[in-house]
Design a binder for this molecule. Structure first.
Ligand code: NAG
Ligand code: NAG
Ligand code: NAG
Ligand code: NAG
Length: 592
C-alpha cells in the first residue's frame, strides 16, 4: 500500500521535472546553474526514493498509546487561548520520545526555530530525517528548509528543491508555497508563471476555505473593536483575553438590550455559527440579524442577506438576499460587497454580470478581504470577465497564500527580535523568506547585516544578507534595492563593483524614486565611481534627491556646497588655469 503511494509520488515528481525544462526567461539563476541543479536533483531524488522502500512496517505498542495521551494533553493546552506553551511542549517532547509522529514534527520545528523549546538543530535534523524517510510531507519541507538555508546542512539548492517537491506533492502547504515562490522568481529553477500559479492556487484554496469557515474575523475586528470590543475579544480570543463564549454572550446580550445594533448583529452571528455557549439556531439568528438590519446596521444586513441566500431560518429568497447585501455594501461593509460580488458572479437574483462582480470584488479587496483577492485571482487565472493574466493572478494568489495562519509567525519573529533573541528571530524570518514573504526577506537581511549571529562569520552573514536583499528587491522593495547597491559599492558579501552598484541605484531611482539612490548616483557621478565623472549630472541627481524627500535636503545641501567648490575649480581649470598658480590657489582653498 505504502509502496504504491510512494512510487506514484515519484512518477509525478519526474513528470514535473521533465515538464520544467529550461527555456523560459531566467530571472535569477543562470541557465547553466539551473541545469546543474536539475541534474543534481534527479540523482538525489533517486537516492531518497530508495530510502523510502527500505522502511519496514511498525506495530502498535503500549508506548504509542501513552504517547497519544501525552499528545492530546499538550494539544488541549495549546488550544486554550491563554495557553501554556512551555508546558505543552514539555509534553510534546515526551510524546515525541515515545515515537508519536505528530509530536515529533512539532518538536522538530520547535527545535530548529528555537521556539517553545531550546534551539537544537541536530535534534531537529534527526527528527526531520526520520519522518521524511517515512514519507511525511511536512518533514520533507523541514529538510528542504535546512538544505535551502544551510542551517544544520551544507546548503544545496538541488536537494532543497527535491525535498520541496516531495513535500508539495505530499500536500505540505509550506512546501507548495516555497516551490511556488521559486518558480515565480526563478530561484534555482527556470521561472514559470504557470507552475507558480498551480502551487499558489492550491495553497490559496485552503486559506480561502478556512476564511469562509471562520468568517474573515480579522477584518471585522478592526471595524468593530470600538463599539463591542470586549465581547468581540471574548468571542474570538485575543491578546491576553481568554476565549470565553459565555462572557461574550453576556456582553452582547447586555449591549443588545441597551439598543446596540452591532451587538444584535453579533448575537445573530453567534446563533448562526453556534458556539460552546449557544446552540446553533437558525430562527434566533434570523431574529437578531433582522433587529440589527432594521436599525440600518450593515453587519446585520449582511447577515440577514446570508440567511435569505442559504434559506436558514427563513424561506430561501435571492431577491431579499440581494437587497440586504446591497444595503450593506452601500454602507461600505466589506462582507456585503463580497456577497454582492458573488451574486453577480453566479447570477443569483440578478442577471449574471462579471463587470459588476469585479467591481464589488475590487471594492471588498480594498478593505483587504482575503476572499475578494481570491475571487479576483480565480477570475484572472481563467480569464473570466477579463483578459487572462497569469502574472496578476499569481500576485493575487500569493497575497492570499501569505495570509494563511502561518502569517502569525511574522509577529512572533518580530517579538523574538525585540527580546534580543536574534538567532531565533532570524531562523523564523528565514523560514518565511523561503515561503516568499518579502518582509521576512528584508528582515532576515537586516538582522544578518546588523547583528553578529554566533553560528555565522561576518563574511558569511553578508553573503546571505546580499541574497535576501536581492530577493526582497526583486519583489519591489526599494530600500532593499538600495542596499543591494551598497553591498556592491562597499564589497559586502561580494567584490567591490561600482558599475553594478550604480545599476541598482539607477533602478531604485527610476522605478521607485528613492531619494537615497538618487543621492548615491549624484555622489558616484561627482567622484567618477562606476559612472562617468560629471559634475553637472551629479548636481542634477542631488537636486532630484532633495525634491524626492525632505530627509535628503540636509545631506544634499552639504553635497552641493562641496560641489560648489568643484564647480569653481573646474571652471578655472578649464578656462584660465593655464596658469599654474591659480591651480594651487584653488587647490589650497579646497583643502581648507
Ligand atoms: C484542539 O484543536 C484541534 C484543531 O484546532 C482539534 O483537532 C483537536 O481535537 C483539539 N484538541 C483538544 C484536546 O481539544
Ligand atoms: C542538542 O541535543 C543533543 C541531544 O540531546 C545534545 O547532545 C547536544 O549537546 C545539544 N546541542 C546543543 C547545541 O544544545
Ligand atoms: C560540509 O562540507 C564540508 C566541506 O566541504 C565537509 O567537510 C563536511 O563533511 C560537509 N558536511 C556534511 C554534513 O555534508
Ligand atoms: C440551519 O440551516 C442550515 C441550512 O439550511 C441547516 O444545515 C441546519 O441544520 C439548520 N440548523 C438547525 C439547528 O436546524
Amino acid at each position: 500500500m505504502k509502496m504504491i503511494n510512494i512510487s506514484f509520488v515519484y512518477c509525478k515528481f519526474l513528470l514535473v521535472f521533465v515538464f520544467v525544462s529550461p527555456h523560459v526567461n531566467i530571472l535569477v539563476s543562470g541557465k547553466k546553474d539551473i541545469e546543474q541543479i536539475q541534474d543534481e536533483s534527479r540523482l538525489y531524488s533517486e537516492e531518497v526514493t530508495r530510502e523510502f522502500f527500505d522502511e519496514s512496517e511498525e506495530h502498535v505498542t503500549v508506548e504509542q498509546i501513552k504517547a497519544q495521551q501525552l499528545f492530546e494533553n499538550a494539544q488541549e493546552l495549546l488550544n486554550r487561548t491563554r495557553s501554556n506553551e512551555y508546558e505543552a511542549y514539555m509534553l510534546l517532547d515526551k510524546a515525541a520520545e515515545l515515537g508519536h509522529v505528530e509530536a515529533q514534527l512539532k518538536v522538530a520545528w520547535a527545535r530548529i526555530l528555537g521556539k517553545h523549546l531550546k534551539q537544537n538543530v541536530s535534534i531537529a535534523e534527526n527528527l526531520f530525517e526520520k519522518l521524511a524517510n517515512e514519507g511525511n510531507p511536512e518533514a520533507q519541507m523541514g529538510l528542504g528548509f535546512m538544505y535551502a538555508t544551510g542551517i544544520g546542512k551544507n546548503s544545496s539548492q538541488a536537494k532543497a528543491l527535491v525535498h520541496y517537491m516531495f513535500g508539495a506533492l505530499g500536500g505540505s502547504q509550506w512546501a507548495q508555497m516555497a516551490l511556488a515562490y521559486r518558480y515565480w522568481s526563478g530561484i534555482s529553477v527556470a521561472s514559470s508563471c504557470e507552475t507558480a500559479l498551480t502551487y499558489y492556487r492550491k495553497v490559496s484554496q485552503k486559506v480561502a476555505e478556512e476564511v469562509s469557515l471562520t468568517g474573515g474575523r480579522a477584518v471585522q475586528r478592526i471595524r468593530l473593536l470600538d463599539e463591542v470590543g470586549l465581547g468581540q475579544l471574548h468571542y474570538q480570543g485575543g491578546r491576553g483575553v481568554e476565549l470565553d463564549h459565555e462572557r461574550a454572550l453576556n456582553y452582547f446580550i447586555q449591549a443588545a438590550e441597551a439598543g446596540n445594533a452591532n451587538a444584535m448583529a453579533f448575537l445573530g452571528k453567534m446563533y448562526m455559527e453556534g458556539s460552546p455557549a449557544v446552540k446553533q439556531d437558525n430562527e434566533t439568528a434570523f431574529k437578531y440579524f433582522k433587529k440589527a438590519a432594521d436599525l440600518n446596521n450593515a453587519v446585520g444586513q449582511s447577515g440577514l442577506g446570508l440567511m435569505y441566500l442559504h434559506g436558514r431560518g427563513v424561506e430561501q429568497d435571492y431577491d431579499q438576499a440581494l437587497k440586504y447585501f446591497s444595503l450593506a455594501a452601500k454602507q461600505a461593509w466589506v462582507d456585503g460587497q463580497l456577497q454582492l460580488g458573488n451574486m453577480y458572479f453566479a447570477g443569483l437574483g440578478v442577471r449574471r454580470d462579471y463587470k459588476m462582480a469585479i467591481k464589488y470584488f475590487n471594492l471588498a479587496s480594498q478593505s483587504g478581504h482575503i476572499l475578494a483577492f481570491y475571487n479576483l485571482a480565480q477570475m484572472q487565472a481563467s480569464g473570466t470577465g477579463m483578459i487572462r493574466s497569469c502574472h496578476t493572478s499569481v500576485e493575487l494568489f500569493k497575497n492570499v497564500a501569505e495570509r494563511g495562519k502561518w502569517g502569525e509567525l511574522l509577529m512572533e519573529a518580530h517579538s523574538l527580535y525585540w527580546n534580543g533573541r536574534h538567532t531565533e528571530s532570524l531562523a523564523t524570518y528565514m523560514l518565511l523568506a523561503e515561503l516568499g514573504y518579502e518582509v521576512a526577506q528584508s528582515n532576515a537581511a537586516f538582522i544578518l547585516d546588523r547583528h553578529d549571529i554566533d553560528i555565522l562569520s561576518k563574511e558569511e552573514s553578508y553573503a546571505r544578507a546580499l541574497m535576501y536583499w536581492g530577493r526582497a528587491a526583486s519583489q519591489g522593495y526599494a530600500v532593499a534595492r538600495v542596499k543591494l547597491g551598497d553591498y556592491h559599492y562597499y564589497g559586502f558579501g561580494t567584490d567591490v563593483d561600482y558599475e553594478t552598484a550604480a545599476a541598482h541605484y539607477r533602478l531604485a531611482s527610476e522605478q521607485q524614486h528613492n531619494a537615497q539612490a538618487m543621492f548615491n548616483l549624484g555622489y558616484m557621478h561627482e567622484q567618477g565611481l562606476g559612472l562617468k565623472q560629471d559634475i553637472h549630472l551629479a548636481k542634477r541627481f542631488y537636486d532630484m534627491a532633495a525634491e524626492a524627500s525632505t530627509d535628503a535636503q540636509v545631506p544634499v545641501a552639504l553635497a552641493l556646497a562641496k560641489l560648489g567648490f568643484l564647480f569653481i575649480f573646474k571652471y578655472f581649470e578649464e578656462v584660465c588655469c593655464v596658469c599654474v598658480s591659480c591651480f594651487f590657489f584653488f587647490k589650497h582653498y579646497l583643502e581648507l
